[in-house]
Structure formats: structure tokens, C-alpha cells
Design a protein around this ligand. Sequence first.
Ligand SMILES: NC(=O)C1=CN([C@@H]2O[C@H](COP(=O)(O)OP(=O)(O)OC[C@H]3O[C@@H](n4cnc5c(N)ncnc54)[C@H](O)[C@@H]3O)[C@@H](O)[C@H]2O)C=CC1
Ligand SMILES: O=CC(=O)O
Length: 237
Amino acid sequence: MASRPENGGAPPPPLPRRPPPRVLLLRHPHHFSLIDRPLPDGFRFLKPWESPLPFDDFLSSADARSAEAILTSAGTIGFEVAKRLEAFGCAVSYNSRKQKPYVSYPFYSNVCELATNCDVLVICCGLNEQTHHMINREVLLALGKKGVIVNIGRGPIIDEKEMVQLLVQGELGGAGLDVFEKEPYVPEELLGLDNVLLSPHAAVLTPETVSNLCYLIIRNLEAFFSNKPLLSPVLDE
Ligand SMILES: NC(=O)C1=CN([C@@H]2O[C@H](COP(=O)(O)OP(=O)(O)OC[C@H]3O[C@@H](n4cnc5c(N)ncnc54)[C@H](O)[C@@H]3O)[C@@H](O)[C@H]2O)C=CC1
Ligand SMILES: O=CC(=O)O
């Protein structure tokens, strides 16, 4: 049986519309403040599938055309992000531990150099010993006052304390964050900034992701038990 709502059965307040995570990548920094406001008491984040409006409503004002977007990693998610950014006319480059022969985007071996040369830095690599605090003060300063950092990977890849300080001081242009260093804790300062867009580690939460994941698991198991190549082998690259 469904549990009784904490407010004694009164209908919940209308849910505010929250941005879908992909908008973190596409929304122009100037529009951040229109959609990201601290939630008043009694409100909660909307799950993407609860939304009464189509996601694409949010894309209408997206303007990433002038941006040179750079990815850290050209992994599975990095590729998908790059495809979408390219469609918006962004010049895409990437960083990884080593250049990937099958990736045609320009490669930067140094994250700081990469940050110096881009408008938007999208973090979509995995978290490991090398990537922990890989995005430090130096990298964020290289991204600069007009630069925007987007993190859909893992919170500890960015030195969050430094990032918050630089955002507050105006030394970093903006941020779109789906992940945080000590989830579910979100630094208080971020909630009050107009140039910051937050989502609650929800990038993965779409009906399509869940069904694709089930499909992938089944196809991998079928391949494994038939001694065929796996669809998504784990590669150390
Ligand atoms: N926010 C969310 O809801 C979600 C977040 N994620 C995060 O995104 C990450 C990436 O996911 P996938 O693309 O599927 O994984 P993947 O394994 O395909 O890609 C990971 C990439 O990280 C790169 N990488 C590893 N160490 C690096 C380093 N030192 N410097 C630069 N690049 C480095 C690898 O080269 C690889 O291209 C996951 O590890 C996970 O933490 C994944 C799914 C949903
Ligand atoms: O962050 C989510 C995941 O699937 O990884």
C-alpha cells in the first residue's frame, strides 16, 4: 500500500519545472537564471519522466553555436555529447590519457591547455586516481571569466571548493552541474548564483536510458554465452 504523504494527505504543491540534464550542455549561460532557482520548502526536483512538458521546450533558447566545447574523454558518453554539440555548430575537441586513433576531433594532452582554448569544458570521464581533482584551480582559471564548466561525470573530478570560490568571485563564467563532490550535499553558495544550473545527479534518468541498458545487458549476456564479441567490452584506454 502507498504510504501516507507527510503533509497529512493534502495534495502536494504543484511541481516546478526543472531542467533536463542535457540542457546543462546546450543552454547558453545567459539563460541559466531563468530556469535554475532554489526550490522553496515543500518542493522537490522533478524526475524527467514526471515532467508535464516535453524536454525540447527547453532547447528552444539553447544557443551553443558560438561555443568551442571541449570534452574530457571521448568515452561512450563523451561521443554522444560531442555528436549533439556538433549539431549545434560547436567545434569539439577532447582530452584523454592518450590520443584515440579512431577519434577525429582535435586532441589535447593537457587539460589546462584545453581549458585555455575553449568556452565550455564538459566533464564526462570516469573518476579514478588520475582524474580526482583533475579540474583544479589552475584549470578553472584557464577556462576563465567567460568559460563554463559542465560536469556530468563525477563530482570529485572537480575541486569543488575552488570552483565555488571562483564562481562567487566571478573568475569563472558559469557552471552546469549534475554531480557534486559529497552528494547529496550541494554547496549553499551554488544555490544563489544566477550563472549556475544544477540537476540532482539525474543525467542517467530517462526512460530511454533504462530500456537501452536492459537491452545492452541482455545482448552482452547473449554474446558472452555464445562466445561472440561483447557489445560493450571494458577497455582500458
Ligand atoms: N551523471 C550521471 O547520471 C552519469 C554519470 N556517468 C559518469 O560518466 C562517466 C563516463 O561514462 P562512459 O562514457 O559511459 O564511460 P566510458 O568508460 O565509455 O568513458 C570513460 C572515459 O574516461 C576517460 N578517462 C579515464 N581516465 C582519464 C584521464 N585520466 N583523463 C582523461 N580521460 C580519462 C577514458 O579514456 C574513457 O574515454 C562514468 O564513469 C560515470 O562516472 C555515467 C552515467 C550517468
Ligand atoms: O551516475 C550514474 C551512473 O549510471 O553512473
